[in-house]
Ligand binder design. Sequence first.
Ligand code: PLP
Length: 404
Amino acid sequence: MNTMDTPLRDGFPLLAASPDLHYLDSAATSQIHRSALDAVARHETTCRANVSRGTYRLAEAADRAYEQARQTVARFLNAGAAGEVIFTSGATASLNLVAHAFGNTLKAGDRVLISVAEHHSNFVPWQMLRDRTGIELALIPVTDAGQLDLARLPELITGNCRLVAVTQCSNVTGAWTDVATLVEAARKVGAKVLLDGAQAVQHGPQDVRALGIDFYAFSGHKCFGPGGVGVLWGREELLAKLSPFHTGGGMIGEVTPQATTWAPPPQRFEAGTPPIAQAVGLAAALEWMMTLDWQQIHARESRLCELLVDGLLRIPALRLLGPESSAARAPIVSFDIPGLHPHDICQVLDARNLALRGGHHCAQPLMAALGIDVCTRASIALYNDETDILALLDGLSFALRELA
Ligand code: PLP
């Protein structure tokens, strides 16, 4: 078992090569772990061939590697079967897939419930579905602390609600969603639940069955794996009832000049050549994650988060967004300093080797609900330590003097 005494930073080639870099933007993209890089290189140099097509040994090796990657993802998610795992190009593609494939089962007047806190990739596809089909799109509001206001559920989960699609963890406030309460309310009216796990996966393996949900989406580049690959998990019996989103090679049963039948899931939802080496790399990153002591990592991430929040709260006029308690949030901390634009703050910080994100974070409805246009975000991952947080607090004091 890997413990936090092990210098985790050393497992990340970019960080190991940049000892002065304080990388605090893992909510946008985490750094890639060496095991993922090595797995991609190994695959590309020993097994590169297309999958589900060739009968020669190299193609069979590629098939095996790709299907093993699917099994690893299934273990990471505690899925019922590997066939419930669909490889996509990322969380955005996974969410669009559900909005189309599940969306096709909905009719005008059915309700989809999302929240004000969604990333645009779990917002815009539902707006488009509403405009195409006449479904009702309802929004769970957020509290002043940026948490989903689940007290409003009784009036929002109506009898015509077919799907609740929300983020597991906000990419702006870090607020965790109370999934159990949502699932219980959804089940009462027979609605399905889609969880956007994009921000959750880098904080440890998930258990989709214990969560009691129906769909789960995430991206490889946010959990120490390569870019260009993501996952949609869906319950087997549910996927079997859905028609495809994208069509093309690899997803058919039979094509005749008149009509086409579909392959069973997951192939039904993987039209065209999938991101093969990337899936293999993602699996390596997840295998590595599954060797870690997550209790220890969470304790450490929380400590760093508290250190940051305490320091930020000492800055006059700074408004901390999201819950103050580190138990209620992932280590994602956003703040607003009236009169200072986040881009200016981030530029001053960059000159001190601090990488942070400033902007609307693809969450403009949430920004509007919080009464701001933009904010600055620091996100902490397992390779960060106290020096990163102290450098940030020091850098912010400097930025305040520089930009005042
Ligand atoms: N959902 C959330 C909560 C996110 O934070 C992001 C990206 O930041 C996404 C979805 C989209 O992820 P990707 O751009 O990897 O598809």
